[in-house]
Design a protein around this ligand. Sequence first.
Ligand code: ZN
Length: 315
Amino acid sequence: MNDTPLPVTIRDVGLRDGLQILARTVPTAHKIEWLRAAHAAGLRELELGSFVPARLLPQLADTAALVEAARALPGLVASVLVPNLKGAQAAIEAGADAMLLPLSASRAHSLANLRKTPDEVVGEIARIRALRDAAGSRCLIEVGISTAFGCTLQGRVDEDEVLRLVQAVLDAGAERVGLADTVGYADPLQVARLFTRAFAVAGPRLGCGHFHDTRGLGLANVFAAWQAGVRRFDACVGGIGGCPHAPGASGNVATEDLAYLFASMGVPTGLDLHALLALRERLAQRWLPGEALHGSVWRAGLPKTMTEAMAKETA
Ligand code: ZN
């Protein structure tokens, strides 16, 4: 019997989730340096931007150029956020490998942010699937169900409603679905319970956990999801992507902290911790000087008990 745990994939979403709330616009040339360094550190899935109108998110207006740059890197899966049919068309034309469609399980949040009910978003997902198939594209359709663990507007979000939406988006043609706690409301027992129930609905198509560290439970929630069977997580180098409603608050869980967590437990990720820490340093010094970065491992560095082989995998 083979004792090596199944590998975990970490998708770094810094170039989208991390940058979209910053007032500054990082030059495209810097973003391309960033994505190449991420690839060199072993990351094989990156969320590069969003196909939304440039007037709404000028920080992400160069998404197509980043997809083009990413396509030159071997083995890299380039995903982009797509809010609607028009964005999906742009993702297909750009040649993205995957499109991430957000759906808010909170009706109040969905209406406030997208001016659509969750079920109207499900309808748009079905139209996007039809468009993708008609175009002969192989761009994977992934739905990220946000506010799955609670909502800043609505408060509690009913678990049965989240599970109903998981089924609905799969029926609408999504090929992968993930659960997201973008507001830092989740606790580990809730995460374990909801992912276990969602696996019963979606099976292997349940393919992503997306956690923020807003209230310090980010890594505990990642661990709970991992124990429930999740093998793919979103994260950002430097823990960027804080909450627009809570200035200075921690953002996404930090990629280097997740890599450290899994390396400590002997779970393969294919990531090079030294290279990730160097990448974080370049974020701090070169690409995002003056921005608040988060995370823990960078402060103290790696412990002596972590061997070079653990810190620098060649999975
Ligand atoms: Zn996020």
